[in-house]
Design a protein around this ligand. Structure first.
Ligand code: FAD
Ligand code: NAD
Length: 466
């Protein structure tokens, strides 16, 4: 078989790249080792986690907030099997959607493990061991990532689990221990906290979400403590033991004292690592970068002409939308176009309730870079919309250049922050000033008014409703 491009991996990087390649007239093949398309994101990542976050939020509201709204119901009960079944249905429909798009765009899909035979040939081995060789002018590595762990905390997929097992747990954890106060730990911890679990987070850094703006970390700490989370910051996990009926986690606190945590499950959520196992990179002469990543230049080209790598397997944020943008980028580059990708404006979201979202530089990054900046913040509780919905926690913070007033970073904790952040991304893409943002008419009553007020505050203490 001869192709213009062979893409290995059908996650949001790979399948979106395939779509754009096909649109641009390339004969395209997509290889996926699993029987369903969509990669981590659709099968065991973004989509199933959001399905469970939504279900658990409905339960939490029914149990704790309906009565205040004047809706009286008998005590709601959790049917975890049904919750998981609905999640599986959402996943299956979404994966089928990708299959439909492949067919519609006449992309040849191969199910099996892909590996390089040379720089112009890729082998596919299916479940029965049948081999197919695909000859190609170009190749794109989009093989994604797998959960990371450190010595002593090796997941056994029984009680010491990763996000993949957690998403299929058919009972509510009673005492959940989470190693890592990052995005996965807080999102999946939230699912079980809302369903009644005690959640104990063990985090190595001094804050949760240590790479986000410190105002977000602080507000999220308050939000999640209210939900019942306990945080053990500055703790280094030594080992995790499956006791048969539960788990025992030993960690060292900052003073070097041993602290023991007991629970029924331990979620290991200490980041993810690039996945290149069995890819035969050496057969094509492809060089590796640091920490197991495939090395690429600014145009996502490897050291071998015609071979590109995108998504979680290369440097940068491990996010689905980043992988998608990179997929489009390399497709257009292969077609001879001059695409552009602004890495500074890739938004990050944590889908707790309220949500946390960020774009651009954090205050800590601006300080470290010696940038002269100004800051404006506005609390969500001061909004009429927030009182109407009874969602009072959160804030919006805008950082702008002290001289030019250009917006450099926007950080928020708010209901629907995942959607709200797009105003900031758009404004920053057009290099808006804080004053520009403050002069845009925002609909009332909405949470977006907090963004306008924060922009007013950043332009010089001009917030109106505080
Ligand atoms: P992947 O999605 O990992 O896809 C790679 C594919 O390649 C896989 O299907 C794999 O089977 C296949 N593959 C690997 N090697 C081979 C081979 N040799 N041959 C054939 N196929 C191969 N990101 C967000 O932006 N928003 C979220 O809300 C979000 N939530 C998440 C929740 C969880 C629990 C997790 C784990 C991740 C989440 N992410 C989220 C991250 C997101 O899933 C990843 O950033 C994204 O999936 C990366 O896309 P990718 O295409 O690079 O790789
Ligand atoms: P993460 O990098 O977000 O968080 C890992 C946390 O573990 C960090 O806070 C880190 O300080 C801590 N940690 C590291 N080693 C530790 C140790 N030995 N003991 C205690 N704590 C330790 O990683 P994650 O939460 O595993 O998520 C993996 C990737 O998946 C992330 O890159 C994220 O972008 C992506 N993801 C995104 C979303 C989203 O966009 N909403 C959701 C889930 C996952």
């Amino acid at each position: 078989m001869n192709y213009d491009v062979v893409i290995i991996g059908s996650g949001p990087g790979g399948y979106v790249c395939a779509l754009r390649c096909a649109q641009l007239g390339m004969k395209t093949a997509l290889i996926e080792k699993y029987s369903t398309l969509g990669g981590t994101c659709l099968n065991v990542g973004c989509i199933p986690s959001k399905a469970l976050l939504d279900s658990s939020e409905h339960f939490h509201n029914a149990a704790h907030n309906f009565a205040k709204h004047g809706i009286e119901i008998n005590s709601p009960k959790v049917n975890m099997q049904q919750m998981i079944a609905r999640k599986n249905e959402v996943v299956s429909q979404t994966c089928d959607g990708v299959k439909y798009l492949m067919d519609k765009n006449k992309i040849d899909v191969y199910t099996g493990v892909g590996s390089f035979v040379s720089s112009t040939a890729v082998k596919v081995v299916d479940a029965e061991g049948k081999e197919t060789i695909l000859n190609t002018k170009n190749a794109v590595i989009a093989t994604g990532s797998k959960p990371n762990f450190f010595p002593g905390m090796e997941p056994d997929k029984d009680r010491i689990i990763t996000s993949t097992e957690m998403l299929n747990l058919e009972k509510v954890a009673e005492n959940l221990i989470v190693i890592g106060g990052g995005v996965i730990g807080l999102e999946l911890g939230s699912v079980h906290a809302r369903l009644g679990a005690n959640v104990n987070v063990i985090e190595f850094a001094d804050t949760i979400l240590p790479t986000m703006d410190s105002a977000v970390s602080k507000e999220m700490t308050k939000v999640l403590k209210k939900e019942g989370f306990k945080f053990n910051l500055g703790h280094r996990v030594q080992n995790v033991v499956n006791t048969g009926s539960g788990v025992k986690v030993t960690a060292l606190n900052k003073k070097g004292e041993e602290v023991v945590f007991e629970g029924d499950y331990c979620l290991v959520a200490v980041g993810r690592k690039p996945y290149t196992e069995g890819l035969g990179l050496e057969n094509a002469g492809i060089e590796m970068g640091e920490r197991g990543m495939v090395a690429v230049n600014d145009h996502l080209q490897t050291n071998v002409a015609g071979i590109y790598a995108i998504g979680d397997v290369v440097r940068g944020a491990m996010l689905a939308h980043k992988a998608e943008e990179e997929g489009v980028y390399v497709a257009e580059l292969m077609a001879g176009q001059k695409p552009h990708l602004n890495y500074n404006l890739i938004p990050g979201v944590v889908y707790t309730w309220p949500e946390a979202a960020s774009v651009g530089k954090t205050e800590e990054e601006l300080k470290a870079a010696g940038v002269n900046y100004k800051s404006g913040s506005f609390p969500i509780k001061a909004l009429g919309r927030a009182r109407a919905s009874m969602d009072l926690m959160g804030m919006v913070k805008i950082l702008a250049d002290a001289e030019t007033d250009e917006v450099l970073g926007v950080h928020m904790v708010s209901p629907r922050a995942a959607d709200m952040i797009m105003e900031a991304v758009t404004a920053m893409e057009y290099r808006a000033s804080a004053e520009d943002m403050s002069r845009i008419c925002h609909p009332h009553p909405t949470y977006t008014e907090a963004t306008k007020e924060a922009a007013l505050a950043a332009t010089g203490d001009r917030a109106l409703h505080i």
